[in-house]
Design a protein around this ligand. Sequence first.
Ligand SMILES: Cc1cc2nc3c(=O)[nH]c(=O)nc-3n(C[C@H](O)[C@H](O)[C@H](O)COP(=O)(O)O)c2cc1C
Length: 213
Amino acid sequence: MKFRKLMMIPLASFAMALSACGSQPAAGEPAEQPEETETAETETAEPQETPAAEAEDKTLVVYFSATGTTKGVAENIAAIVSGDLYEITASEPYSEDDLNWHDDSSRTTHEQDDPSVRPAISSEPLDLTGYTTVFVGYPIWWGEEPRIMDTFVETYEFDGLTIIPFCTSGSSGIGRSGKNLEELAGSGTWLEGLRFSGSVSEADLKTWIDGLK
Ligand SMILES: Cc1cc2nc3c(=O)[nH]c(=O)nc-3n(C[C@H](O)[C@H](O)[C@H](O)COP(=O)(O)O)c2cc1C
C-alpha cells in the first residue's frame, strides 16, 4: 500500500472584530441611549496565501546507512544542494552479526539471497510534496542494493520526480542496483547513479552533481 501524499494545510485566517466603545454617562445623568445601534465593525483579514507547494523546487536526500558511511556522503550531498535529509531506518535494526558477510547464515546473507524479502522501515512516513529531485543513497551489499531499499521504492510514488541513486561500497561499483530500484519503483525519472568511497571529497561530489542532467 503506497502512502498518500500529505496535503499542506493552509494557515487559517482569523477575522478580527473591532467594536466601538460608547462614552460613559456623567455622574447623575441618565445613561444615554444611542440613537442608532452601532454595529460592530468586522474587519476581515486578507486571506493568507496558501503555500504553493507545487511551485517549490526542493531537493531531498534519502539514505539508508548501516554503519555510517553512506550517511556521511548523504549529508555532504544535502549540504551541497541545500536539500533535506531523510534516513531510512529498519524496524529491526541491523546488528553487527546481521552485517557479517563472512557468515553464510547471517541476516544480510539471507536477505540478499532472496530478492523477494522486504525488510520493514521504521522511519516516519515521507511526504514528497514540493520535491522535484530526490537523491537515493545506500551501501552495496553483495553487489546490490540492500533489500530495505526495495521496500522504500515500492512504498512511494515518484511521478514527476527526478531520482538520482548513489551508493558507497568497499570497492564494487553501483552495478545494476540503480536499475533494479527504478524497475521496482515503476515511476519517476531515474538518472544514472554513481558509487562513492566513504572518503569522497566535497569537490568531487560537487563536480558530479553539477554534471547531472
Ligand atoms: C552485508 C554486506 C555486504 C557487502 N557487500 C559488499 C560488496 O558486495 N561489495 C563491496 O564493495 N562492499 C560490500 N560491502 C561493504 C559496504 O558496501 C561498505 O562498507 C559501505 O560503504 C557501507 O555503507 P554504510 O556504512 O552506509 O552501511 C558489504 C557490506 C555488508 C555489511
